[in-house]
Design a protein around this ligand. Structure first.
Ligand code: ADP
Length: 161
């Protein structure tokens, strides 16, 4: 059984992430979307909220599950029996960092490979950061995130004001 993990912050999950999820789920027997619990990064949603949102928008894809993890991605992959790490590439600006991480991960654990999927053109501009920035001004974010996610993001900002 080929198990892959798709790690990231997913703060919140966007149509860009969902596109990578659907495409990679079609390539592997099982895909675990894994929210990294990164205390160094200030996030809008808690790890549990992010996992719940991923579950909500991927509920219709049978071989996809959502989880969270601390520590090294390769250690988590090993613990869940995954041999592949999925990452999405939007632009060359993503490449340098992603290449370095993928190579370091292979030094740490040569059994685990990183598979890069290039973004679908229509989502190449999209990031969680852009979604949050637009939402903070009360903009329509329905083109960026699934409809279930829109009110959750907007609620975070209405509470703050
Ligand atoms: P990070 O792990 O850098 O915080 P994210 O959680 O936002 O990044 O994203 C997780 C993964 O999804 C990364 O591999 C990132 O490149 C990819 N990704 C994010 N947005 C898109 C998009 N619009 N299209 C394709 N891949 C994306």
């Amino acid at each position: 059984m080929r198990v892959a993990i798709y790690p990231g912050s997913f703060d919140p999950v966007t149509f860009g992430h969902l596109d990578i999820i659907k495409r990679s789920a079609a390539m592997f027997d099982k895909l675990i979307v894994a929210v990294l619990n990164n205390s160094a990064k200030k996030s809008l949603f808690t790890v549990d909220e992010r996992v719940e949102m991923i579950k909500e928008v991927t509920g219709n894809i049978p071989n996809v599950s959502a989880d969270s993890f601390d520590g090294l991605t390769v250690d988590y992959a090993d613990a869940v029996g995954a041999t592949v790490v999925i990452r999405g590439l939007r632009a060359v600006t993503d490449f340098e960092y992603e290449l370095q991480i993928a190579q370091t991960n292979r030094v740490e654990n040569p059994e685990i490979d990183t598979v890069f999927l290039t973004t679908s053109l229509k989502y190449s501009y999209l990031s969680s950061t852009i979604v949050k920035e637009f939402a903070s001004y009360g903009a329509d974010i329905g083109k960026f995130v699934p409809k279930e996610i829109v009110p959750k993001v907007l609620a975070k900002y209405s509470k703050e004001s």
